[in-house]
Structure formats: C-alpha cells, structure tokens
Design a protein around this ligand. Sequence first.
Ligand code: ATP
Length: 470
Amino acid sequence: MMSEGQHKGLATGAVLGAGDSLWQACIDQLAQELPEQQFNTWIKPLSAQVSEDFSKVTLHVANRFKLDWVRAQYAGRIAALLEKLYGQPVQLELALAQREAPTRSFVAPVAAEIGPAEPADIADDAGPAVFKNRLNTALTFDTLVEGTANRMARAAAMHVSGTPGQLYNPLFIYGGVGLGKTHLVHAVGNKLLADRPSAKVLYIHAEQFVSDVVKAYQRKTFDEFKDRYHSLDLLLIDDVQFFANKDRTQEEFFNAFEALLAKKSHIVMTSDTYPKGLADIHERLVSRFDSGLTVAIEPPELEMRVAILINKARAESAEMPEEVAFFVAKNVRSNVRELEGALRKILAYSRFNQKEVSIQLAREALRDLLSIQNRQISVENIQKTVADYYKIKVADMYSKKRPASIARPRQIAMYLAKELTQKSLPEIGELFGGRDHTTVLHAVRKIALERQNMTELNQQLHVLEQTLKG
Ligand SMILES: Nc1ncnc2c1ncn2[C@@H]1O[C@H](COP(=O)(O)OP(=O)(O)OP(=O)(O)O)[C@@H](O)[C@H]1O
C-alpha cells in the first residue's frame, strides 16, 4: 500500500499527465525488475490509457499473440504494481491496438496463467463454417529483404512453398526476436496460396494452438479440432517454444504432426532456439522437430540492415538516402523490429518538422537511443568484455604480443570499437597500445569480411554486442 504523500506526488508532481505518470512509474519499476531484452520486447511497446479517476488502466498491445503473452507473463505483476503505486486496486485491461476483438479485463491481482476459454478466442471462432488461414498478406517473399543472415532459411522456405510435402519436412526455423521468422512463414503460406488457391493453409501462433486445445477439451470438440488440423496441406506454426510444459498440447501437436506428415502435408515451425535447445518439451517431439531441415536466421549484417531501411522507407513512400540508412543501420543493430521502430521515428520526425531526411535529422529523431548507446559503450568496456569472453588478459589488448589466440580477440575488439563507438581509427589505435590507424583499419575490414562468411564468428560478435549494450 502506498502513503497519501506518495500518491499525491505521483498524481500531481510530474510534467506528464497524472495518468501518464502513474504508468511511467510502473514501467520505471518494471525496467528495474526485468532483463532489458524482456522489458524492451514486451513492456516498452505497450501504450497505456489511464482513466481519469485512476481506477482503470487499459494497455494497448499490437497483436493477439503479444496480448496473450503479456497477459500470461506480466499482467499479474503490472496489476500488483499499479495497485501498490496507486494505493488501491486498479482494474487492468488489455486491448488490441488494432481493430481485432477486445479481450477480457481482469482486476488485480491476476494469476499469471493463460485462462481457459477466453472470450477473445471464442470470438475468434465466430462463424464455424468459415476457415480462416490467418495469413497476413503483406508478409511475402517480395517484401522480405535477403541477406547472408537469412539466405538459407529463405531458400528453404521458398523451396517448401514451391513444392510442399517433399523435401525439408518439417522445416524448423529458429532465431532471436524480431529477425523475420514470422514474416518468413507467412511468406511460405502466401506463396503457396498464390500458386494453388485451393490449398488448405493455416498460420497459427503456438499460444493460439494451446488455446485451441483447451477449447476442444472444454467443449468436447476434439473431432472438430482434429478435422481442422489434420486436414491441412500446410501448417505454419510460430514460436513452438511456447509448448513448454503444456503436456496435453504437446500430445495433440504430436498427433497432428504425425497425421500431416503421413499425408505429405508440410509443416513449418519457428522457435527462438534450435530443437535440442528447447526446454520442457518431450524428447519424442523434439526429435520430430529436428527430423527435416533446421535452419537459423541470424541477426542481419550491416548491408542487409541498410537495404531493409531503404526498402521499408520506400514502402512508406519516403526516401531514405543511403548515407542516412548507413548511419541508422550502424546504430541500430539488434533486430529488424527495432530498425523499423527507428525508421518510424525518423519519418515521423521528418514529416512533423517538414524537414528532409538527413543524418542530422536522424540523429535528432533517435537522440534518446543514441545517447543510451554512447553512454554505455566505451573502448575500455569493449576491451574488457572481449578479453573476458576469449579468456585473455585485458593487458593483452595493448600489448605487442602476436600469437593468434591474442591477436584475433584484439582485432575483434578493434572492430567492435569502430562499430559501437564514435571514435576515429587513430583514436582507437591509440587506445590499443599506440597502434597505427592502418592496423585498426586492417582489423576492422578483416573481421567485417569474416563476419559475413563465418556463422560462428557472427554469433560470437552478436553475443558480445548484446553484452556490451546491456
Ligand atoms: N529480412 C527482412 N526484410 C524485411 N523486413 C523484415 C525482415 N526481417 C524482419 N522483417 C520485419 O521485421 C519485423 C519483425 O519480424 P518478425 O515479426 O517476422 O520477427 P520474428 O523473428 O518472428 O520475431 P518474434 O520472435 O519476436 O516474433 C516485421 O515487421 C518483419 O516484416
């Protein structure tokens, strides 16, 4: 419970509206509690609407799957925090930001568990005879930029969409958040339907599959459930890591899987990790996941990020000069979703201020993001992180020693210093024991080139970048 004084401070003290400050206080707290990536992925994108009397907070979430996830994982905590900050129970409601059906609300505290038979899911099924493939027609191969990071996954997906039921069945695509897995599976479905409009295709998020199993259970409609899933030509199922610990769902999925493979229907799955890395999923299912083709999507390399920015800007009828795209791509490197967020900010800033898109404008539009990065990453920090990672001494970063076990991490650290800080080549050389700028340039070019061709190095660099960014 909160004291009256604290409550007043919240309601009146901030520059923001009072409701905004309640929500702001809540997310400030969550920012401290949650790992940064979780916070950025799930909490930061939420927009909140606080009723005038603070009795109700509505959170708008981009789509149903996110909504289910936020509800299952965070709603209980958010509701409890709001109650604590406000001093009385606050009704928390989750709603879709777009025009999909609203979902139930709940009063704090709520159980952090997906409730069975949710109105949203039932509404979703309205009109029993209508088969909805749930494909987003905007997510096609045409709009998916190809690069080293997704080349293999894209080629395999193309192959499947051209000749489903043959090679690479199941196709298992894995990778980190926002790297285009969902886009790719929708592309497979859209392409197959363009070629064969009568094909029975279904895209489903694993959470929705769980919910369908629960509903079939409750309504005793397993026959319909089976008809629906076992008759497909192509099943696209997203984020199968969500099956963890859901025994009944795993069993039903196993049955569907076997039935579909037996009739040469195709299954494409995505996950945040490779099959053997999946936690709390039965071994027999994991081995089925791995029995076709398993491909990774890596974080996009610089040129790919640039191409994505330019393409997405064009899709919005805007022009992004190449130099600006390079500037943005160098500074936003974690995933494509963040890249899209940065682009949106820049375009909005440009329209609002009626200014052309330039590096200066991008710098202004992204100043929060850039200042966080600049504050966090120093060359010393990079040297220490890289030395720790490759188990060498920090002093070796400045030393003249040349064995590969030392020289290579040093080159990697130089590359990261160039990529992640604003320092010039001579400045970096100076910080690496007074080396010449041409030595730094050589290291930067070498590692950049190798990164494009060596998956393992690319992954190591990604880990280092994530570590450095906190
Ligand atoms: N190569 C690409 N070309 C163009 N757009 C892309 C590319 N990769 C990703 N995107 C876009 O980035 C956004 C995030 O991609 P997507 O939702 O497919 O990621 P994901 O890997 O499924 O992430 P999550 O695991 O968080 O669901 C989407 O808007 C998608 O269209």
